[in-house]
Ligand binder design. Structure first.
Ligand code: ADP
Ligand code: MG
Length: 345
C-alpha cells in the first residue's frame, strides 16, 4: 500500500491501526499485552502489572467549547482515561496531561481546564505526574495518558469470553448521545437567533451524561465484593454495538444480544422519540456512555441477579453462530459496528 494514494476512510479507524502497527513485534519480556485492548499490560515484580492507556481529544472533533465548559472538559478527559483502566479490572493511579493551545485561550481558561482535571484527580484518587505543553495554530487539544495497577491474576482483557457466558452492561445507554443532540440543537437555534436563550430545561440527566460522565469505579469494587471476576470486559466509549463486536472478535466467539434487555433511561427514550430517532439505535451506536460491558460465567449468575447497576443483555455463542442482535419482534440482525468512524463523519 506504499504506492498511490489510499484514502483514510477506505480503511476506517480500526483497520488503519492494524495496518500501521502490524510489523511491530514485541521485543521486551515485560510487554504482556500490547495493542488491541483498553490498556496495555506491562509486567512488574510480585505478580503485579502496570496498565497504560492514552486518549486524545481535539477541539471541533471531540468537544465543542460553545457548550462544553472547560472545567467539564478537563474532568471528562481524565474520566474517560480512568474508564479504560477499570475496563481491565485495574486501579488508575497516575496521569500525564499534554495540551496544545492557541493564543485564543487566556491563562484563566486553562486554569478552568485544570480545575476540572484537579477535581477528577481528587475524586478518583489520581496523581498528576507530568505532561507536555505546546502551542497550536488553532484550537485546543488535550491528550491524557493514564497508568494503573492490578494483580496479574485479577486483570480482565477483551479476549476471555467463552460460549454460554452471560453478557452484562452497567448503567443505562444512549443518554450521552441524546444529551449531545440537545446541546447541538440549542447551538444551532442560538446561531440563527442569538436572542433566543438555550432551552435545556428537563434535560439535566442526559446533558450531564454528555458533559460530565463518570467512570464506573463502583462496579469494579462491587464485583470484587461479590467475588465475581468477569471473563472479558471493555468500556463503552464508541457505542454498545461496536464494543460487543470488539469483545466477540477478540474472544473469537459469537453472541445473541436482546433489544428488549438493553437498559435505556426513560429521559433518553423520550428525547430520542422527540428527535424521530429509535432509542435502541441511540443506545447501540451513540457512544460516550463510559459504562462497562463484561461477560461472566453462568455459575456467577446468582451473584449478579437483581443488581440494580448490572443488566444481563444476552449471552455468548459459538463463533460460527455470528454476532447477533435480536429485535423486539424476534428477528435476528447481524450487528455491524457504526461507532465513531473519525474519517468519514
Ligand atoms: P479505546 O476505545 O479503548 O480507547 P481504541 O479503539 O482507541 O481503544 O484503540 C484500540 C487499540 O489500538 C488500543 O490498544 C490502542 O492503544 C491502540 N491504538 C490506537 N491508536 C494507535 C496508534 N496510532 N498507534 C498504536 N496503537 C494505537
Ligand atoms: Mg476502552
Amino acid at each position: 500500500m506504499s504506492e498511490g494514494r489510499t484514502e483514510l476512510e477506505k480503511l476506517g479507524e480500526f483497520n488503519l491501526i492494524n495496518h500501521l502497527t502490524k510489523k511491530f513485534i514485541q521485543k521486551n519480556k515485560s510487554t504482556v499485552l500490547g495493542i488491541g485492548d483498553d490498556a496495555a499490560i506491562i509486567s512488574m515484580s510480585n505478580n503485579k502489572v502496570k496498565l497504560v492507556s492514552t486518549d486524545l481529544m481535539i477541539e471541533g472533533i471531540h468537544f465543542d467549547l460553545t457548550y462544553m465548559p472547560l472545567k467539564h472538559l478537563g474532568y471528562k478527559a481524565v474520566v474517560i482515561n480512568i474508564s479504560d483502566i477499570l475496563a481491565m479490572n485495574g486501579t488508575a493511579e497516575q496521569i500525564t496531561v499534554s495540551i496544545a493551545v492557541s493564543n485564543r485561550f487566556p491563562v484563566e481558561a486553562l486554569e478552568e481546564l485544570y480545575d476540572g482535571i484537579h477535581k477528577a484527580c481528587s475524586i478518583y484518587n489520581i496523581d498528576l505526574v507530568g505532561g507536555d505543553t505546546t502551542s497550536s495554530l488553532s484550537g485546543l487539544s488535550i491528550s491524557i495518558t493514564v497508568i494503573g495497577t492490578a494483580e496479574k491474576k485479577d486483570v480482565v482483557s477483551r479476549s476471555g469470553a467463552k460460549e454460554n457466558d452471560l453478557i452484562i452492561t452497567t448503567g443505562d445507554l444512549g443518554a450521552a448521545y441524546m444529551g449531545l443532540q440537545i446541546l447541538e440543537r440549542e447551538k444551532s437555534i442560538y446561531n440563527t437567533n442569538p436572542k433566543i436563550q438555550p432551552d435545556l430545561d428537563g434535560h439535566d440527566y442526559i446533558i450531564g451524561r454528555q458533559l460530565k460522565p463518570e467512570a464506573r469505579n463502583d462496579i469494579i469494587l462491587d464485583l470484587k465484593k461479590m467475588n465475581v471476576k468477569p471473563t472479558s470486559m471493555i468500556d463503552i466509549s464508541d457505542g454498545l454495538a461496536s464494543e460487543i463486536i470488539h469483545l466477540c472478535k477478540s474472544s473469537n466467539v459469537g453472541c445473541n444480544v436482546y433489544d428488549e434487555k438493553i437498559p435505556i433511561d426513560s429521559k433518553t427514550s423520550m428525547t430520542a422519540i422527540d428527535f424521530n430517532l429509535d432509542p435502541t439505535t441511540c443506545a447501540l451506536n451513540g457512544g460516550e456512555d463510559y459504562e462497562l460491558l463484561f461477560t461472566i460465567n453462568q455459575s456467577d449468575f446468582e451473584k449478579v441477579k437483581g443488581n440494580p447497576n448490572m443488566t444481563i443483555i444476552g449471552h455468548i455463542t459459538n463463533p460460527n453462530d455470528g454476532i447477533y442482535f435480536i429485535d423486539k419482534s424476534g428477528n435476528q440482525i447481524e450487528l455491524k459496528a457504526q461507532g465513531w468512524n473519525h474519517f468519514n463523519e
